[in-house]
Design a protein around this ligand. Structure first.
Ligand code: NAD
Length: 717
């Protein structure tokens, strides 16, 4: 038998076995091959015990049950042939299935995160109890990695909680809390953490008395009871919803739907077999690999302190001031308030400040369930937000983030006024999109306490924060900024100074090219469609509207001054700005916006073409893939320049930055990961017909070198 180092067997009562999982090597329990072997060993000895009334499985780690299979082990099998994958599914499932066949009641006691393989282990138990701890979440996030549960999860779950609930959980990939789990019969009891074991034992006793678990075992081994009309309706609505959400880019949710619908009339054994076979089709597919790659990008980033000196630690930030209550200032203030940090918000314009305060409160008090602002929450949150016109109040925080107009003279003037009033240990940061930190810090008395903390729009949706190191920024300031960004739930990457830093430097060529295509006579909808079909969350012209045409214009000017050889100046933005079309914030830009439509989606507006008539060439048509190449390749070429200029600390930060900052399609794994799947030679081939457009479309020295040496970006470390 495998010696148990992770799963301990104890007997809290003579007839109750208790398996406690606690991997001393890991922060959270994962189901590695070793853990599964230990579980098998424990079950081998337990199944023969006629004296047991029940077995409880729990985690020794507070706030975390089992977070899934060991992905690092999983990736080593990505190249395995389908039969081997089916066998891997079979082995795991048969092991868990034993929990539903033991001669006693089995109960999973869940007081924390229970995900993926952990959820499958639990679902094969007769019953589950969950704690009221908000960390107790139950979910099947596999679709987010381009697969679905493969250890019987898709087969057993609908038999317990009903097909509709199971479809939502498996194909949506979102977790549910203990209250929701109880409501759908997934959890039999919900109780405080410290009463969880007692509740699990009480459940064993109740089940032994009623014998219900035996009847359920029999029922759950059979087909699902659902009438054909309901089944057809469920299938059609779920399929429509999934297609609308995934836009054909993510195959796993539809594959999960198909396998679950197809297995309703099967016995559990055959349903599990169908699951394993369908799982093997997805496992190792390009999307599966790309999404696993993205998962590891995020996972690795979590451990990154942003600096290379381990002895420097970030100082905790306990209060934040935000100067500028526009689009970004509001989003940043709200992100802080949501995490309980007191915020002082200021703006030069009194009306902008008043609007800012009320919109922050609206955002932070939003209740997802009722889809409206929650008055009680608003009152609570209001204590954390203070609008002010006083510099003294503004300067009193640990961190002051400047979020005003994108203008070097305006920003530096404000710093000259504010810096002398800041506490000696306070950090001053700018949310500038493009202006180099060195230029902004030029007149500061303490440039070492200044850096860029660049949030992305919309702040509530985009997880990225770029921390920009100026030439004089200290390691302490960077470490503090990274710790701070993480403390409000953001993913931080540290980048070196330069126009546009990382993300905007790469985004800009893409957006600039969209305007260029427009001036060449390509229709707005053709440009937007090509970008969305590539997988971008919105078209580049809609993105202009979201960013603000004025802000984009000022940013564009900075980029044009820095890279005049490849940034094209155009009259498009000035013409629209002159007509008062600043984008979403003014109700119109490239599109027109209905203030009552909270989706933020604009509608086409014929007035745009009238206004721009004299700037645009005659209408012409280009194939969608040519438009895509025009939009994406300049971004990739800029990435090669960024790598050569050492703006980033790692190739990974380029991909993570674009996925988390602008929503670059995760199913492609990131810009450089995608480029690696094509290879440098192929990219050079794609650039050939575009070369005549000038330096912005010509292969860079790094790309040429990679093509010559058959190298990949990810080999650069
Ligand atoms: P915005 O126009 O929506 O808001 C700017 C606010 O700053 C306005 O309310 C204005 O009244 C105020 N302001 C201007 N000058 C001021 C001064 N001297 N003192 C105090 N307040 C002043 O702009 P925004 O989109 O929120 O952008 C603000 C900053 O964030 C810019 O540096 C921009 O480049 C950057 N940024 C913007 C985006 C975006 O998508 N809009 C994304 C990331 C970063």
């Amino acid at each position: 038998m495998v010696p148990s180092t992770i799963i301990e067997l104890t007997f809290p009562e003579p007839d109750i076995g208790l398996l406690t999982l606690d991997d001393p090597q890991k922060g959270a329990n994962v189901l590695s091959g070793g853990v599964l072997a230990e579980l098998e060993g424990q079950l081998n000895t337990l199944v023969g015990r006629k004296d047991l009334a029940g077995l409880v499985i729990r985690s020794g780690k507070k706030g975390s049950f089992i977070v899934g299979a060991d992905l690092r082990e999983f990736v080593t099998s990505l190249d395995a042939p389908p039969e081997q994958t089916v066998a891997m599914c079979d082995r795991g499932r048969r092991l868990f299935q034993r929990l539903s066949q033991c001669p006693f009641v089995t109960v999973a006691a869940i007081d924390g995160l229970c995900l993926g393989g952990g959820s499958e282990l639990s679902i094969w138990c007769d019953r589950r109890v969950m704690s009221t701890n908000p960390k107790a979440q139950f979910g099947f996030p596999e679709v987010k990695l381009g697969m679905f549960p493969g250890w019987g999860g898709t087969a057993r779950t609908p038999r317990i909680i009903g097909l509709a609930n199971a479809l939502e959980m498996v194909t949506g990939g979102e977790s549910i809390d203990s209250r929701a789990a109880a409501a759908m019969g997934l959890a039999s009891d919900v109780t405080a953490d410290d009463k969880l074991l007692a509740a699990a034992i009480a459940l064993v006793r109740a089940e032994q008395k009623s014998g219900d678990y035996l009847r359920d075992r029999q029922r759950w081994n059979g087909p699902i009871e659902i009438n054909p009309t309901e089944l057809a309706f469920l299938g059609a609505t779920a399929s429509g919803y999934i297609q609308q959400q995934t836009k054909g880019h993510y195959p796993a949710p539809l594959a999960a739907l198909e396998v679950m619908l197809g297995a309703t009339e099967l016995e559990i054994e055959a349903a599990c077999q169908a699951e394993a076979e369908a799982f093997a089709q997805l496992f190792g597919s390009p999307v599966n690999r790309a999404l696993i790659h993205v998962f590891f990008l995020g996972d690795r980033n979590k451990k990154d302190t942003g600096i290379d000196r381990a002895e420097v630690v970030g100082r905790p930030i306990k209060s934040v001031s935000v100067l500028g209550a526009g689009i970004m200032g509001q989003g940043i203030a709200a992100a802080n308030v949501k995490r309980g940090l007191p915020v002082v918000l200021a703006d030069a314009a009194a009306d902008a400040l008043a609007r800012g305060v009320s919109s922050v409160l609206e955002e932070v008090s939003y209740n997802k369930a009722t889809k409206a602002a929650d008055a009680t929450k608003a009152v609570q949150m209001a204590t954390l937000l203070r609008g002010t016109a006083s510099d003294t109040e503004l300067a009193a925080s640990d961190l002051v983030i400047e979020v005003i107009v994108e203008s070097l003279p305006v920003k530096t003037q404000v710093y000259a006024r504010l810096e002398p009033q800041l506490r000696a240990d306070a950090i001053l940061a700018s949310n500038t999109s493009t202006i180099p930190i060195a230029k902004l810090a030029a007149g500061l008395a303490r440039p070492e306490r200044f850096c860029g903390i660049h949030f992305f729009n919309p702040v509530r949706k985009m997880p990225l924060v770029e921390i920009i190191r100026g030439p004089q920024t200290s390691d302490e300031t960077i470490a503090t900024a990274v710790t701070y960004a993480k403390s409000i739930g953001k993913t931080a990457i540290v980048v070196n100074d330069g126009p546009g830093f990382l993300v905007n430097r790469l985004l800009f060529p893409y957006m600039n090219e969209a305007v260029q295509l427009l001036t060449e006579g390509i229709e707005i909808k053709a440009i937007e469609r090509a970008a969305k079909e590539f997988g971008m969350p919105m078209g580049p012209l809609a993105l202009y509207d979201m960013v603000g045409l004025d802000t984009s214009f000022y940013c564009g000017r900075v980029m044009w001054e820095a890279f005049p050889d490849r940034v094209l100046a155009s009259n498009v933005l000035p013409v629209l700005m002159k007509a008062g079309r600043l984008g979403q914030k003014s109700g119109s830009g490239f599109f027109v916006y209905d203030p009552k439509d909270k989706s933020g989606r604009g509608k086409p507006d014929p007035e745009v073409e009238q206004l721009l008539g004299h700037v645009l060439a005659a209408r012409t048509q280009v194939k969608p893939d040519q438009i895509t190449a025009r939009l994406i390749l300049p971004m990739l070429l800029e990435a090669t320049r960024v790598l050569q200029a050492k703006v980033v600390r790692s190739v990974r930060d380029v991909d993570l930055g674009l996925i988390y900052g602008i929503g670059f399609p995760p199913f492609l794994g990131g810009l450089l990961y995608w480029a690696d799947t094509l290879g440098a030679k192929k990219i050079i081939e794609m650039l050939k017909p575009l070369e005549s457009l000038g330096p912005r479309m010509q292969a860079t020295p790094l790309l040429l070198e990679m093509a010559a040496g058959n190298k990949k970006f990810y080999e650069m470390g």
